[in-house]
Design a protein around this ligand. Structure first.
Ligand code: SAM
Length: 281
């Protein structure tokens, strides 16, 4: 009987070769086949690690469905296969989940070899609230769609993590400035784990100016500590104020004019709140 096959989902460095784990070296040295996003990038990594190449096949966005069947067929015959992307963790804005889903559907063996990801590196270095976060990855390339998507996710009320390329960073930043509250805290992580790694921290209102002072070369992660959360937090005190004024006989129109400067909501929203309260009581 042949040995049991297995898929190893392997994270690789996002720029610093020293981030390779001994477990990754062990797995890449022992598999029968490597399925790589780009076979040339995989060869460079293996040369660096002085690992004798096993067979390498490509597995990218365009052929992932076909490859998922081929890879599972091979694992059923007892082969051990490593899945790697160009950098970081497979299935995080990279191919991977379609293969893993097929492996699960067929009841085959698999293991994760965790390691670097720009997502976790940027988030933990941001100093922003990471208790809950929304990973968005890449936004749509067209500005209209990008702004629409930003408006949608601004409603989630959690820290947002975006990936961005150097040629689109300025346009994306302009759209972020147009959607989020000026006081929203932002961190940009650039060239993480590399020689010129930097973290830039600023408010949304300062973002365009801050970006003008740094090079647009390299790879970027943008983290937005979404203001929505703070807006929600102020609602209980606002409600109490509205109730107090209404009970003293002040009109909804006057209440909204009085309170608008103290809360991060519009006059109209306060007016609506008054009407809701009157209706319910
Ligand atoms: N799977 C990868 C991961 O686990 O992070 C992400 C792959 S995605 C195709 C590539 C994007 O990740 C880049 O455009 C950039 O936004 C981000 N990225 C990758 N390496 C990075 C680095 N060293 N510094 C900052 N961002 C990086």
């Amino acid at each position: 009987m042949s040995e049991e096959g297995c898929l190893y989902i392997c994270a690789t460095p996002i720029g610093n070769i020293a981030d390779v784990s001994s477990r990754l070296v062990e797995v890449l040295s022992s598999v029968d086949l490597i399925a790589a996003e780009d076979t040339r990038v995989a060869r460079m990594l293996l040369s660096h690690l002085q690992i004798k190449f096993p067979e390498i096949i490509s597995c990218f966005e365009g052929n992932e469905v076909k490859r998922s069947h081929e890879i599972c067929d091979l694992i059923e015959t007892g082969k051990k296969i490593a899945l790697i992307s160009d950098a970081g963790t497979p299935a995080i804005s990279d191919p991977g989940y379609i293969i893993v889903r097929e492996i699960i559907n067929r009841g085959l063996k698999y293991a994760v070899i965790p390691g670097p990801s720009a997502l976790t590196a940027a988030l933990c270095g941001s100093g922003l609230d990471s208790s809950h976060f929304h990973f968005e990855g890449f936004l749509p390339p067209k500005s209209g769609e990008r702004q629409k998507r930003l408006k949608q996710i601004s409603g989630i009320g959690e820290t947002i993590v975006l990936y961005e390329s150097p040629h689109r960073i300025e346009k994306t930043v302009t759209d972020i400035v147009s959607v989020f509250h000026p006081d929203t805290k932002i961190t940009i992580g650039r060239e993480l784990t590399k020689l010129y790694e930097e973290f830039i921290h600023c408010k949304c209102s300062e973002l365009n100016y801050t970006l003008s002072g740094i090079t647009k070369k390299g790879e970027f992660v943008i983290i937005i500590e979404n203001k929505q959360q703070q807006t929600q937090n102020i609602l209980p005190p606002l409600n109490n104020q509205v109730i107090k004024f209404l009970e003293s006989g002040v009109s909804p129109k006057t209440i909204s004019s009085l309170l608008v400067d103290f809360y991060d909501v519009s006059k109209r929203e306060i007016y609506q709140k008054c009407l809701e309260f009157i209706k319910e009581n």
